[in-house]
Design a protein around this ligand. Structure first.
Ligand SMILES: Nc1ncnc2c1ncn2[C@@H]1O[C@H](COP(=O)(O)OP(=O)(O)O)[C@@H](O)[C@H]1O
Ligand SMILES: Nc1ccn([C@@H]2O[C@H](COP(=O)(O)OP(=O)(O)O)[C@@H](O)[C@H]2O)c(=O)n1
Length: 492
């Protein structure tokens, strides 16, 4: 359903329509309009493109020959201009501006117009009034979840790489070449993200969806899975378009593929930076250790196909030896990061090595709060992370007494835990041994386990414990299989 009402009007009072707002923000070309339109259609809700409103003001300013640097003139224009949506067409002071607002002139003028505080104030008022009139709606823009409707129950921030966004835009037009489009988009992103009033950023309690490698249906399904009243709505009013498959709408259950691309936007500290040594040396060292492990330990890695190909995840290996760090890193060619105890840095050479391998410091024993925040940042940044759930090196064939750190991190960041059994390292180099002995090493990668938590919001403590309980038998299984395979191949 599309709005067919004027967005002009008297200053709005409290944003009473917020109860049913689906806020979709993000940079140009991330898919906001296409996704918002489709979600609105599927949910039988109204859709508001607030970018079109700012474009409408820019259009009116160009028509009136207003100097874009004249803030007072723009404020006054925003107050008096009449904008109305007629289906998908935008009327500005009665004239059809639908095509013109997508043209080059308006695209260049819109962001200086939108940085103007007075213009924004008027637009925000009209957007709130529109939502009150429509009992909510799917509203897209740059500041909907952060400034216009900070209480919206659904806040999504769509992203995609700048290259992909420019490519999408260039597929839509023959008038401008890819480089020019990429430069224009980069300039708009920069201005939108850095302006003083309501800059573009994900809401702290929202969800970020990276649409780079997703198709429209996957993004739409991921958004609809976040809408709390979907079940209710489907009982009471039929959707405007054919019913989506049942698994795409149940709350908290999402189709498996998009999960890797959806992450909570809760604030985390910056991911620990990688030093120059790590950036240059990691490949060389991991390549060498891979080759050495093959020759000296006839190492075998089983189940690589089960590893997620993209996105963040936690490798949760068994831990029987100091060699396990290197071996865990070998399961993927992607750079992994890992939590390393502080004491490793007391030996400068070892400390440098750990740096190069992507290690970052944590306090010994159960991971402390700050370390967990840093680890969260690594995952939020999309990097795979190694966390040994047994906490410290253990002996023997039994996996027991898991710490909750790995499950907590996976639940908070909504990423999978991958159980990894590493067999043979205790024999090769157990605690107290200085030099490794040759032998056979087998690494078994188990099925990734997803946390059973809602897509956004708090993670109940009991869910974390339950997740650790779920990991334990799977890690034991991976370790058993690795040990069994090692036994078989050693005998054979
Ligand atoms: N995964 C996707 N999600 C949404 N749109 C996509 C996706 N992949 C490609 N597109 C295309 O990208 C283009 C730009 O999307 P649009 O909705 O205009 O973005 P925005 O409103 O964020 O600028 C559209 O042509 C759309 O069909
Ligand atoms: N809520 C909003 C929506 C758009 N805008 C501005 O309006 C411009 C046009 O928005 P849009 O969504 O139509 O255009 P694209 O940049 O996605 O092509 C953006 O570049 C922003 O500068 C804004 O500041 N706040």
């Amino acid at each position: 359903m599309n709005p067919n009402r004027s967005v002009d009007g008297q200053p709005a009072s409290a944003p009473s329509g917020a109860a049913r707002v689906v806020a979709i923000d993000g940079p140009a070309g991330s898919g906001k309009s296409t996704v918002a339109r489709t979600v609105a259609g599927r949910l039988g809700m109204a859709h508001l493109d607030t970018g079109a409103m700012y474009r409408g003001v820019a259009f009116a300013a160009l028509e009136a020959g207003i100097d874009l640097g004249d803030g007072d003139a723009l404020d006054a224009l925003a107050e008096r201009v009449d904008m109305a949506f007629d289906g998908s067409r935008l009327l500005v002071d009665g004239a059809d501006a639908t095509e013109a607002i997508r043209g080059q002139a308006v695209s260049t003028a819109v962001s200086p117009v939108a940085t103007n505080a007075g213009v924004r104030e008027v637009m925000v008022q009209r957007q709130r009034e529109w939502a009150a009139d429509h009992d909510g709606g799917v509203i897209e823009g740059r500041d909907i979840g952060t400034a216009v409707f900070p209480d919206a129950p659904v806040k999504v921030f769509l992203t995609a790489t700048p290259e992909e966004r420019a490519r999408r835009r260039s597929d839509e037009t023959d008038d401008v070449d890819l480089e020019t489009l990429a430069a224009q988009i980069a300039e708009r992103d920069e201005r939108d993200a850095n302006r003083a009033v309501n800059p573009m950023r994900p809401a702290d309690d929202g969800v970020v969806i990276d649409t780079t490698d997703l198709n429209l249906d996957q993004v739409v399904d991921a958004v609809i899975a976040l809408v709390p009243w979907v079940g209710e709505d489907r009982k009471s009013r039929p959707p405007a378009e054919p019913e989506p498959a049942a698994d795409t709408v149940a709350e908290g259950t999402a189709p498996s593929l998009p999960r890797a691309f959806v992450r909570p936007a809760q604030p985390v500290v910056d991911a620990p930076a990688l030093g120059i040594g790590a950036r240059l040396g990691y490949r060389a060292i991991s390549g060498t250790s891979r080759a050495l492990a093959k020759v000296a330990y006839r190492s075998e890695i089983m189940g690589k196909e089960r590893l997620p190909r993209t996105g963040p995840y936690i490798l949760a290996p068994s831990h029987r030896s100091g060699l396990d760090f290197l071996l865990a890193a070998m399961v993927t060619r992607r750079r992994v990061r890992w939590m390393a105890k502080e004491s490793l840095w007391t030996y400068p050479a070892l400390g440098s090595f750990v740096d190069v391998m992507g290690g970052f410091q944590v306090n010994r024993g159960t991971a402390d709060r700050r370390s967990l925040r840093v680890a969260e940042a690594v995952l939020a940044d999309g990097q795979p992370l190694v966390v040994f759930p047994e906490g410290t090196r253990r002996n023997g064939a039994v996996v027991e007494g898991l710490f909750d750190g790995a499950a907590w991190l996976a639940s908070r960041q909504r990423v999978p835990l991958v159980p990894v059994g590493i067999a043979g390292t205790e024999e090769a180099m157990s605690t107290g041994t200085r030099l490794p002995r040759p032998g056979k090493i087998v690494i078994w990668i188990g099925e990734p386990l997803w946390p059973d938590v809602p897509r956004a919001g708090r993670v109940p403590r009991r869910e974390v414990t339950a997740f650790s309980d779920r990991l334990l038998p799977e890690l034991q299984d991976a370790f058993d299989r690795a040990n069994a395979h090692r036994g078989l191949t050693t005998l054979g």
